[in-house]
Design a binder for this molecule. Structure first.
Ligand code: KG4
Length: 341
């Protein structure tokens, strides 16, 4: 079965082709340049760009791959920006109606969780998922596909937003997470730049750490490149420490030994390299999974993949256009007859 994936929940216009026999065939992303000028996502511009771009990128991908037999469409139904979701959904429905093929609305967060399994060895259920993206920071206990319990989340900014804001302190342009990560390669950890960790429970809060680094703003203006690189490195070390501590608490509390880290911030090299060392001696049979780097930030491959699992598992589909700008994973309920995972 060949599935076309469409993802338009925020500021990236993404499409993908997933084949249930051969795996991921294509994964394309058009990153809207306009938001860099404003230093953040402007919803109105985001939907205008989706409207202008989506059909043309689908057309050129299908022509390039000479694909004429799409069997189903999976699109992001939420959570996300209302008008951006709406454009993705309407275009997806138009194609499905014209080609007379099934369509399925996928939860973006569920897509991020399963992005770690595309074309890879699959972990066994149950596991803990740490979802760290631009829009969300969540710890989820995953019993099975479609059975999720939210066990921790950010009380203020997401981790991605925090990276972007600290990057701004360092005069790096939006979105600054990846640039900060690059800068940290040239820095050394300065213990004075790492605040004390307070971890009473498994929720997150990043407002304190933001204020702490904003206070360094004057310093970074005066100081040279090396100081900024040290600040970036120390910030990343702080994040590694706090995130691994919260994950440890979650794994112990729910009796799990497998952790999946996904979402845009999971592309961070420091987290990818060092998270395992923080936990491997503390938890028996500990295993950790990350998505491939190009599948960490928003993408349509994860949407097509979840769509593929759900369709082939026998979910009964209906043809209503569904948009859910707010959509908790816990609200996801779909009866799967026979999970083919
Ligand atoms: O998953 P994503 O595309 O957004 C949502 O689904 O909401 O993640 C985007 C976020 C941005 O905040 C970006 O700065 C951050 O992921 N990011 C990174 C890295 N690459 C992207 N943060 C830290 N290190 C990176 N290498």
């Amino acid at each position: 079965m060949i599935i076309l994936g469409i993802e338009t929940s925020c500021d990236d216009t993404c499409i993908a082709i997933y084949d249930t026999k051969y795996g991921l065939i294509a994964n394309n992303k058009y990153t809207q340049p306009i938001h860099t000028i404003f230093g953040g996502v402007i919803p109105k511009f985001s939907s205008i760009y989706h409207l202008n771009k989506l059909i043309s990128i689908i057309k050129s991908l299908l022509l390039k791959l000479k694909i004429t037999n799409i069997n189903a469409i999976a699109y992001t139904a939420g959570p996300g920006l209302y008008t951006s979701l709406l454009i993705g959904a309407y275009i997806a429905y138009s194609i499905s109606y014209t080609l007379n093929i099934p369509i399925i609305g996928v939860n973006h967060l569920e897509g991020h969780i399963f992005s770690a399994m595309i074309n890879k060895t699959k972990p066994h259920f149950p596991f803990i998922s740490l979802l760290i993206s631009g829009g969300n920071t969540q710890l989820i206990d995953v019993h099975n596909i479609g059975h999720y319990k939210l066990i921790g989340s950010s009380l203020d900014d997401s981790l991605g937003e925090t990276f972007d804001k600290i990057a701004k302190v360092l005069n790096l342009s939006y979105p600054g997470g990846e640039k900060l990560s690059y800068l940290s390669n040239f820095g050394k950890i300065n213990k004075q730049l790492i605040p004390k960790i307070l971890a009473y429970n498994i929720n997150f809060s990043f407002s304190g750490i933001k204020t702490y680094y904003f206070k360094q703003k004057q310093l970074t203006k005066k100081h040279k490149y090396q100081y900024k690189a040290n600040l970036a490195k120390s910030f990343e070390e702080y994040i590694l420490n706090i995130m691994s501590l919260k994950c440890y608490k979650a794994l112990i509390k729910y009796g799990r030994s497998c952790l999946i880290i996904s979402g845009g911030v999971s592309a961070n090299n420091n987290l990818r390299k060092n998270f395992i060392n923080k936990l491997k001696n503390k938890i028996n049979n500990f295993t950790i999974y990350f998505p491939e780097k190009n599948l960490c930030t928003d993408n349509a491959a994860m949407i097509a993949y979840v769509g593929a699992i759900r369709i082939t598992s026998g979910e009964k589909l209906n043809n209503n256009i569904i948009i859910r700008p707010i959509w908790s994973l816990e609200k996801l309920k779909y009866p799967l007859l026979n999970i083919l995972y």
